[in-house]
Ligand binder design. Structure first.
Ligand SMILES: NC(=O)c1ccc[n+]([C@@H]2O[C@H](COP(=O)([O-])OP(=O)(O)OC[C@H]3O[C@@H](n4cnc5c(N)ncnc54)[C@H](O)[C@@H]3O)[C@@H](O)[C@H]2O)c1
Length: 450
């Protein structure tokens, strides 16, 4: 029996998937290096100047059916994603620079390229931000909203959302956080229910971070939200409840680029071969504004927590105490202005093999942070919009199938996250197959030997 045909059930169980009709509005808190590299890049691709390298939605394919069937359509032809031509943009920032000036300032893309898309970028001007210096100690700027309490600020953001929808003519919206890393906070009593959260907003409670106010506004407007920073933002019961209630999918957190990307590629390989690990020392030099913000111990702590959790979940020391029971894992970020966005990340990895013999691996990754992050932003925007159009996904809250893109993937309480990049990719592609009523791929493969 051919296994490549659609399951008899057809789309049964996967619900409806509405087509991507009309424009998709992308709303970005934080118009810095990542945001401008993403938007300038989309425009450059639309104009045929560059290629969308690194984007799974634009370049990836998906195998359907048996290996012998020869069915591997492009992902964006298989599921109904918004086309790049349909994307329209707005953003918020504490600085008044438009996207062109902000991109020049970020110094990621060459001036010659930016100048070719200048008319488009200059038109995107930042809306006034919701900002609190207590949450980002190293920054201060003039383009900030005023309100008597945090609920009023949320109302102003909701007005921005409605205004953008009207003026841009977008039929659907997505919000994606590209603003700074906030100081480290833990979920507390005020974050537990929608009622306690809203009361805290009215009382200007210190535990309501600016990023939470954006997320709250998005949820109330039924707009999906992706958390690109390691901030607590949507990792709290109150926002998750609103997400389900308003069918506004959420995902996060902290884009998986650079050193953590490499870590989640190498570590599963060691575990697959039962190679032991004694220690992993990671250090970075970084000179962009993100690096400056992370120079503050509060913001660094938020990032550190996100970066450290990866190895433990991949290596499962509780299952393999002899191999991974005693690992020394350290992560350092050093603000070093001469490098700008071109981070250098070193890893020293102490591993051991047969009979316990030690070996070392050194990785020196001369990476470009925002170049790695921009295609992630694009994919998340398109996939979150897909989730919103799926009757099965839009009401479930956390979109775990998007773990592929994050350092610290969100999961429901009590469920550990999948960090292994290849398991994450399988989860993502199987979700797409499921949405379209195609058979899931298990890689069993015995059918070829019948
Ligand atoms: N580039 C990467 O590889 C990468 C990877 C993972 C996570 N991130 C995270 O993505 C975020 C953006 O990184 P970046 O390199 O673009 O940083 P950036 O400093 O260049 O840009 C952040 C922008 O956000 C603005 N901002 C700060 N608080 C704001 C607020 N409350 N509202 C609106 N705007 C606000 C800042 O003024 C700044 O322009 C950071 O949180 C970073 O940690 C980046």
């Amino acid at each position: 029996m051919p296994t490549s045909k659609k399951q008899d059930k057809g789309n049964h169980g996967a619900g409806d998937l509405a087509p991507a009709k009309g424009k998709l509005g992308v709303m970005i808190p934080g118009m810095g290096a990542v945001a401008t590299t993403f938007v300038a890049g989309v425009e450059a691709v639309r104009r045929g100047i560059s290629a969308p390298i690194g984007s799974l939605t634009q370049m990836g394919t998906i195998r359907l059916g048996k290996r012998t069937d020869g069915r591997s359509p492009k992902i964006n032809e298989f599921v109904p994603l918004a086309g790049l031509k349909d994307l329209v943009f707005t953003g918020w920032d504490i600085f008044e620079d438009d996207m062109y000036a902000a991109a020049r300032n970020a110094g990621v893309l060459e001036v010659a390229l930016l100048d070719r898309v200048k008319p488009f970028l200059s038109k995107i001007k930042p809306r006034k931000a919701v900002f609190d210096k207590n949450y980002v100690k190293k920054l201060d700027g003039p383009n900030v909203k005023k309100g008597k309490n945090k609920m009023e600020l949320a109302e102003q953001l909701r007005d921005d959302i409605r205004d953008f929808k009207k003026t841009s003519g977008a039929s659907r919206l997505v919000m994606i956080w590209c603003a700074s890393t906030e100081t480290f906070i833990k979920a507390g009593a005020v974050h537990q229910t929608v009622a306690s959260f809203e009361k805290a907003m009215r009382e200007n409670h210190q535990a309501i971070a600016p990023s939470m106010i954006y997320a709250y506004a998005a949820m109330q407007e039924g707009v999906p939200f992706a958390n690109g920073a390691p901030n607590l933002t949507v990792d709290i019961p109150a926002i998750q409840e609103l997400s389900r209630e308003h069918e506004a999918p959420i995902c996060g957190k902290d884009y998986k680029t650079g050193q953590t990307l490499i870590k989640t590629i190498l570590a599963p390989g060691f575990k697959a071969r039962m190679i032991g690990l004694n220690g992993w020392f990671s250090t970075n030099i970084l000179g962009n504004r993100d690096g400056e913000v992370l120079d503050d111990p509060g913001s660094f702590k938020t990032k550190e927590e996100s970066k450290l959790s990866v190895l433990e979940h991949i290596l499962q020391p509780e299952l393999y105490p002899e191999l991974y029971g005693n690992i020394c894992h350290k992560v350092r970020i050093n603000y070093y202005p001469p490098r700008g966005d071109n981070k250098e990340g070193w890893d020293n990895i102490d591993i051991f093999g047969w009979l316990g013999y030690p070996m070392q691996i050194k990785v020196d990754f001369l990476c470009r942070d925002s170049i790695l992050a921009a295609p992630i932003v694009l994919d998340l925007v398109l996939f979150l919009d897909l989730a919103k159009r799926s009757s099965e996904l839009r009401g479930i809250g956390i979109q775990e199938w998007l773990s592929f893109y994050f350092k610290s993937p969100m999961t429901p309480k009590g469920l550990y996250p999948e960090h292994d990049l290849f398991i994450q990719l399988m989860k993502l592609k199987n979700t797409l197959r499921h949405l379209k009523g195609e058979e899931l791929i298990t890689h069993l493969g015995l059918e070829y030997y019948d």
